[in-house]
Design a protein around this ligand. Structure first.
Ligand SMILES: CC(C)(COP(=O)(O)OP(=O)(O)OC[C@H]1O[C@@H](n2cnc3c(N)ncnc32)[C@H](O)[C@@H]1OP(=O)(O)O)[C@@H](O)C(=O)NCCC(=O)NCCS
Length: 332
């Protein structure tokens, strides 16, 4: 079922994780926590952290080049670079412009999109619209984050959760019947206070005081976000299924946002899915916000877990509050 003139799907994926590993044992040295608590409450064992010399665009560039190779395209074939990130290199220019220059995508437009951890799903949806209308042919969609730069390393409630990384997908025309079957996006700005970075924007520009108060780092009401996440993950997946005209049983593989293994297990249960059909790598990388889903997708595809004809469901949630899901029939 094509939405618009042309069917669109993902024709190549790539991901990049910085080499530096921080284990739960390492975190025991800097905050009052334990490996046992982190594993039991979140499922996270370690996370990757970018080198001081690396910014979000560097991680994104590496992921982008691998996705292009996988799609058997060159940078010159790309019409648009779309980056979902909450940790851009700088307020402007966009990180997408920096990546465009790095990979020499000289025929490409470029912009960033911000929907926190739901960003990659929002960006896939956006890319789909351009392909479906025939406006563009090949779009590089990237989710990339350096969350370590906005983490409060003195706050044990948040610093154990996050990691850095980037994942990319090339979205292009595919044969009718394959590719995206549906998307479902949502937002509820009344939940903005539950998860945010307070300072550094127009509301609260950087001052000595904002730095002293740690207002440039992530604030999260963990239990509020947990309750929301458990509800929205299955609801969002079900809505995308409904829009695609499919039943729960039709999901061959679920790629959820990687925030907490308990949230993922709960979503699987509500969707009547065995964990064998659910991808998770949260143990290795923690929560990489907009990068979590594309990195998971790349690893699932490359490890042969997703096959041609499979109905794949991507589902995420995040600050905003926001949520999103996509169903696609894998075509490669
Ligand atoms: C953050 C989260 C893991 C906390 O787990 P939880 O089971 O809800 O734990 P609570 O916040 O209720 O805290 C329980 C206790 O553990 C303590 N605690 C919190 N973090 C800790 C840590 N890293 N190590 C040890 N103890 C910790 C708390 O201080 C609290 O102690 P208290 O009872 O003495 O006050 C969980 O709420 C969560 O995953 N929330 C959703 C996060 C999310 O999805 N964020 C991303 C959105 S994209």
């Amino acid at each position: 079922m094509a939405i618009g003139l042309y069917s669109a799907g993902i024709i190549g994926t790539g991901s990049y994780l910085p080499e530096k590993v921080i284990t739960n044992k390492d975190l025991e040295q800097i905050v009052d926590t334990s490996n046992e608590w982190i594993v039991k409450r979140t499922g996270i064992r370690e996370r990757r952290i970018a080198e001081d010399c690396q910014a979000t665009s560097d991680l994104a560039t590496n992921a982008a080049l691998l996705a292009l190779e996988d799609a058997e395209l060159t940078a010159k074939d790309i019409d648009l670079i779309l980056i979902a990130t909450s940790t851009p290199d700088m307020p402007f220019p966009s990180t997408a412009c920096i990546v465009q220059h790095n990979i020499k995508a000289e025929n490409s437009a470029a912009f960033d999109l911000e929907a926190a951890c739901s960003g990659f799903i929002y960006a896939l949806n956006t890319a789909h619209q351009y392909i479906a209308t025939g406006f563009y042919k090949n779009i590089l969609v990237i989710g990339a984050e350096c969350l370590s730069r906005i983490t409060n390393w003195k706050d044990r409630r948040t610093c154990v959760l996050f990691g850095d990384g980037a994942g990319a997908a090339v979205v292009s025309r595919v044969k009718n019947g394959y590719g995206f079957l549906s998307h479902y996006l949502g937002a509820d700005g009344s939940g903005a206070a539950a998860l945010n970075v307070k300072a550094g924007g127009s509301r609260m520009p950087a001052t000595l005081e904002t730095i002293e108060q740690n207002y440039h780092t992530i604030y999260m009401d963990g239990s509020e976000v947990f309750k929301f996440a458990v509800r929205i993950m299955s609801t969002a997946a079900e809505e995308a299924l409904r829009l695609a005209g499919l039943e729960k049983e039709s999901i061959d593989y679920l790629i959820p946002h990687q925030a907490n293994i308990r949230i993922i297990e709960n979503a699987a249960k509500r969707l009547n899915l065995s964990m064998a059909k659910v991808f998770f790598n949260i143990d290795k990388y923690g929560n990489m916000s907009a990068a979590s889903i594309p990195v998971a997708l790349d690893e699932a595809v490359k490890s042969g877990k997703i096959k041609k004809g499979d109905n794949v469901c991507l589902v995420g949630f995040g600050a905003g509050l926001t949520w999103g899901s996509s169903i696609l029939k894998w075509h490669k």
